[in-house]
Design a protein around this ligand. Structure first.
Ligand SMILES: [Zn+2]
Ligand SMILES: [Zn+2]
Length: 397
């Protein structure tokens, strides 16, 4: 079986119409991709941010159409076993007790699931960590229960066995592959495979158009896992683009005042419409903010972000871009700036925010293309001022 896929090789993208359809291995699901989102990381990969060859794309929603044979050893069977255990608190979690511990960083990722499974904790812990997004969503108990389910999926595939995986999860496994980014074909294709342990069911009240934002919204939420953002902190997001706009909304939850900073008035129109404070980056004096998130994707934005953060303030780096940036290290040292790199985040809270309509994602959609026009979709996404471009992968043409 062959399929359409957007393939990257030596910095050249090409729509392939003869790409082999992936086969799900043990513990994996085959997913028919419904919608995929173009992210700045995809554009940077084309520029050579990482030496990736394969099918691009990591933001998606899809439907499970097949599952591979059961896995005999390793993480999937451990999870499976853990998921089959039933305990009293199962009932409570189904009834709707908010699972507060799902947000804790130590609980994120499949390796910590294993850790929990190995410690013989009850299934509720495992399910909640795996990310039952809402109380009324049935979380599949066996691989075959995933068939026909609408899903999103986390993008890091760890070995599940190394000390890093066991302590903190797949995100930093030295042997990991990353969907559409490193060593693993991505989602700008009709089909993709992922381990079922990476999947989360999408609640019925979250549309495909919203669900495709789960991954970048989780990345925005990652900041709140890493740092306590006080609601009274003077907070700025530099770069009101596709990711910056999600970050601004996430940081504003709970009453925070967030200023979205951009280089042009036009770029600030949508953030203002969504109720965020806005301003031109260059209008603000040095050291104006306690907490600054850099989301511009360019070196100039990074320099501005460092300029704006006050002594002993916090600077979060959220951009991935090809090339190197020079930075005034003197301010970092003399002003004792806390610098935090920030990457992938938790999916379950992202799905909850989408279900509760607490973050507006649809307003940032600037275009939709069928899969066979994926090269044009990437061109559109690369234009200045464009936020989210979606690719309709159900296109069987
Ligand atoms: Zn992305
Ligand atoms: Zn590992």
């Amino acid at each position: 079986m062959i399929m359409n896929a957007l393939y990257l090789e030596n910095g050249q993208i090409q729509l392939r119409t003869d790409y082999p359809e992936p086969q799900p291995g043990p513990g994996e699901a085959l997913i028919a991709v419904t919608l995929a989102g173009v992210c700045s990381t995809d554009l940077e990969l084309v520029k050579g941010y990482l030496p990736f060859t394969g099918v691009l794309g990591h933001e998606f929603v899809g439907e499970v159409t097949a599952v591979g044979p059961p896995e005999n050893v390793g993480q999937a069977s451990l999870l499976d076993r853990a998921n089959r255990d039933v305990c009293a608190t199962d009932v409570e979690s189904v009834a709707g007790t908010p699972l507060a511990h799902v947000d804790s960083p130590e609980n994120v990722g499949q390796a910590s699931l294993l850790d929990h499974a190995n410690r013989d904790v009850c299934a509720t812990d495992v399910e909640s960590v795996a990310g039952t997004p809402l109380a009324h969503v049935d979380f599949p108990q066996t691989d075959s229960d995933w068939l026909g389910r609408r899903v999103v999926g986390t993008i890091n595939l760890g070995c599940g066995r190394c000390p890093v995986c066991l302590a903190a999860g797949a995100e930093h496994c030295p042997q990991r592959t990353v969907l559409g980014i490193a060593g693993k074909d991505g989602v700008f294709a009709q089909y993709v495979t992922l381990p079922v342990t990476n999947l989360l069911p999408v609640p019925d009240d979250v549309t495909d158009e919203q669900a495709v934002f789960t991954e970048p919204l989780a990345a925005a939420l990652r900041i709140r896992e890493q740092v306590a953002v006080r609601p009274t902190a003077r907070t700025a997001v530099v770069g009101p683009g596709r990711l910056g706009l999600l970050i601004g909304q996430v940081l504003a939850l709970g009453g925070g005042q967030v200023t979205m900073l951009g280089r042009s008035a036009a770029s600030l129109a949508l953030p203002a419409r969504l109720g965020l404070t806005t301003g031109l980056t260059t209008d603000f004096a040095d050291n104006s903010f306690d907490f600054v998130v850099e989301a511009t994707g360019n070196a100039a934005g990074l320099a501005q972000s460092l300029r704006l953060v006050r002594p002993q303030g916090t600077l979060v780096l959220k951009s991935t871009f090809a090339g190197e940036a020079s930075l005034n290290l003197t301010k970092l040292v003399v002003a004792e700036i806390n610098v935090i790199g920030s990457r992938c985040g938790p999916f379950a809270p992202a799905l909850r925010l989408l279900a509760r309509r607490e973050v507006d994602v649809l307003a940032s959609v600037d275009g939709r293309y069928p899969l066979h026009q994926a090269p044009a979709a990437l061109d559109h996404a690369a234009r200045p001022g464009i936020r989210k471009i979606l690719i309709e992968c159900r296109d069987r043409g």
